[in-house]
Design a protein around this ligand. Structure first.
Ligand code: UDP
Ligand code: MG
Length: 313
């Protein structure tokens, strides 16, 4: 199988036939062995019956339907598990991404050796105020924090080596940060390609303004998880100790003053309260570190590594 196209969708019945036809044309023209995996994320319209009808006509079109709406990340994850193509392409179902980009993306993976190529909607057809401007800011922060030089992290159109998608777990709403997940999993060759973007033809966007708040919280968690999830004590233990020692030192100093100076009153010194607070915060952080260690010790992912190659077995 040359290409698996994974398409998460939620209530996109009108778009599907057109999208399938376009994809079939591209695959035929490029003589690719392919599968199209539609992951129906609990649609309440008739998307699923459309998918079944498409499968009847073309067995390369496959479908998975969730019991309810779990979100785009879950849909992508399930599609990744099912994908068997050498190259895996993801795209949105709403016809905003163009299937004509697939051959060039595939080429970058196969010939230039990229682990992941992200689309870049350089000219974007979405609402300026609610999407394009916040998205620019969002991408700039993500670029800085992650050290990955992409202009458009959250583009639905991406191409992957099969090994890349099998090694990452897209959960929560982390579909916005798949390149970051891939980088943490050791896939360093991440590129981008300017892709054509089109206005939404049918239906409406499934994400509101909350996307930006959630997006930033997710960015914080992903950075923290990537760095410290397997060794929480290295973060909490360090800062806990720092706070505790600072507080303790300050408190001891003030107590010594109290016993040496006659007119010295502890309770009207702000520093005394700061010292107490710091020791308490320090202990709390230490405790959080211990709890984190206990949790990660019991996590099924405590040893989640990926072997790239082996020899001599
Ligand atoms: N989607 C999904 N589950 C959801 C929300 C969205 O599978 O809970 C799909 C949606 O059907 C589309 C893709 O994710 O195929 C991108 O969504 P949308 O076009 O609404 O996002 P936007 O283009 O506005 O960023
Ligand atoms: Mg869209």
């Amino acid at each position: 199988m040359d290409v698996s196209v994974v398409i998460p969708l939620y209530n996109e019945a009108e778009s599907l036939p057109e999208l399938a036809e376009w994809l079939e044309r591209v695959m035929r023209d490029n003589q690719l062995r392919y599968e199209i995996i539609f992951v129906d994320d609990g649609s309440s319209d008739h998307s699923w019956s459309v998918i079944e009808a498409l499968h009847q006509k073309n067995p390369n079109i496959k479908g998975i339907k969730f019991q309810r709406n779990y979100g785009k990340s879950a849909a992508l994850h399930e599609g990744f598990r099912a994908a068997s193509g050498e190259v895996v392409i993801t795209m949105d179902a709403d016809l905003q991404d163009s299937p004509d980009e697939i051959p060039a993306l595939r080429k970058m993976i196969l010939e230039e050796g990229y682990d992941l190529v992200s689309g870049w909607k350089k000219k974007r057809y979405d609402n300026k105020l609610t999407k394009n401007i916040p998205s620019r800011f969002f991408n700039a922060v993500t670029r800085r924090v992650s050290g990955i030089h992409l202009h458009d992290f959250n583009c639905g159109l991406k191409a992957y080596k099969n090994r890349t998608v099998k090694s990452i777990e897209v959960y929560g709403e982390m579909h916005r940060y798949i390149p970051v997940l891939a980088k943490w999993a050791g896939f360093r060759k991440i590129g981008e390609k300017v892709v054509e973007h089109r206005p939404r033809k049918y239906g409406k966007s499934k994400f509101g303004w909350q996307r930006f708040i959630n997006g930033f919280l997710d960015l914080l968690s992903i950075m923290f998880v990537g760095k410290f999830s397997k060794r929480p004590m290295h973060f909490f233990g360090l800062w806990g100790t720092v706070f505790f020692l600072l507080g303790l030192g300050m408190a001891v100093y003030l107590i010594v003053l109290k016993f040496t100076l006659k007119e010295f009153s502890l309770t009207n010194k702000p520093a005394f309260y700061l010292a107490l607070t710091a020791t308490i915060i320090g202990m709390q952080m230490f405790l959080a570190g211990f709890l984190g260690e206990l949790i990660s010790r019991n996590s099924p992912q405590r040893n989640a590594y990926h072997i790239e190659k082996k020899t001599g077995f």
